[in-house]
Structure formats: structure tokens, C-alpha cells
Design a binder for this molecule. Sequence first.
Ligand code: 5FU
Length: 262
Amino acid sequence: DARLNYQYSQRADGLSNPLAKALLALMEQKQSNLSVAVDLTKKADILALIEKIGPFVCVIKTHVDVIEDFDQDFVQQLTALSEKHRFFIFEDRKFADIGNTVKLQYSSGVYKIASWAHITNCHTVPGEGIVQGLKEVGLPLGRGLLLLAEMSSKGSLATGSYTETTLEWAEKHSDFCIGFIAGRRFPNLQHDFITMSPGIGLDVKGDGMGQQYRTPHEVIVNCGSDIIIVGRGIYGAGRDPVVEAQRYKKAGWDAYQERLTK
Ligand code: 5FU
């Protein structure tokens, strides 16, 4: 796959979605392929963490349904931080229902995810209609979708023909699908896609609840992924998030540089 040796910014031509192009350009500008998963439950804690690590990331990944005091002000402050520090917002919602329902879940309710999240994702277990439903809402707003082609957790059922069919739907909806959540790059696809990999850790191998960690080098150099997603490795107990964000940013970027010269 020749595109493994392309710079991120050179890959923009292979993707039609404008948000995907902007993300690839930003990664090159900020020299960051680091996405941080900010899985904290208090609005103030999340915003304070993002204020500190924002300069080092290309994407901030949220789970807004775990925030105890979520409100519209959180969205405004998060959006302001994304403009100040220049990162994209990825709500890791993992939609998993029929097209009509996910349209409502994406656009409406308490969270109104489509109104502020540049990127969201979905499972493909309900069939292709989930992509169609999300696309009806997200494409006119300039959003991008990641399909969960694989998961990092032990025993995941997203393998084999499930993963293969997921790739087909991404190809078919490449105007809206910007890439995959997966542990590796998928070869021989017609379009280019951005691969984002969770389950990244430099110090530990797992969390005792099924999470499995691999290093930035392993996923980016050996497996061809594009963006590392790191959560507790950055903000976990006893860690200095600024030190860790810089450490993971460097590990991710060094791995990418190594891949370019392979
Ligand atoms: F799709 C996935 C997956 O396959 N594995 C994950 O771990 C998503 N995740 C998310 O990445 C998960 O919901 C957390 O938000 C984050 C990983 O956090 P950690 O603290 O680095 O384990």
C-alpha cells in the first residue's frame, strides 16, 4: 500500500470528505497524530484537562454521556477550546440502532451531537441503514463518520466477515465515512481512509476489564494506523497529563516518521 509512505497532508487527495482533508492537514501542521480520550465525569475537570493538553493533540475524543453536569455551556467551552488550540472533536458515541433512530440520536435529545462533534462513529451491526441515517444528518453539516471495523477489547466479535462488510460500506459511503476505528490499516481499498486506533499504552498491557494496550510504534509502524487514541495513559492516577501528552505525541510522531522512510 503505497499510501503508507505518503505524508498525511499528501493523502488529502485520496479522501473526498472536506473534514478528513482538514484533519490530515492539521496533523501535519501540529505534528501530532495523537487523539486523547478524556473520560472524566465532571465538566470542569474535562475542560481543565483539555486546556492543558490541547496544544499537543489533533483530536479530542469525548464520551459526553458520562458527564454528570453536561450542558450547552460545556459544548460552547469545548468548541472555543477546539478553535483556540486547533483540534477536532470526536464524540465516541458508537451508534448502534436502525437508521431512523440514529438520525434522532445524532441530531436531537440532550446532547445534539451533530451540532458540535466534527466526528462521530457507529457500529455496523444493524446493517447499512445506520450509515445512511447518520449521513443524512451529518453530511450537510460537514461532519465525518468512523466505522467501528474492529475493537481493541479482548474477545471482540468485530472480526472476519463483519469487518470485511464494514469496509465495503465505508467504500460505498466514502463521502461521509472518513475512516475506521481499528487496530490496523486495511489494504487494497479503493479509497483512502483514516485509521484511528484505541488501546494504546506505553507502560501497561491491559486494564483488567478486557482492554488491551499496544504501543504507538506497533500500531503505526507495524500495522499502518494513522492516529493513536490514548486515555488513561495520559490522565490516569499519578500522571502529569502535560508530560504524558508530550510523550505520546512524540512516540506517535516518531513512529510516523519511521514509517515514511520504510
Ligand atoms: F472503539 C473503541 C475500542 O475499540 N476501544 C476503546 O478503548 C473505543 N475505545 C475507547 O477508547 C474507550 O471507550 C475509551 O474512551 C478509549 C480508551 O481509553 P484508555 O483509557 O486508553 O483505555
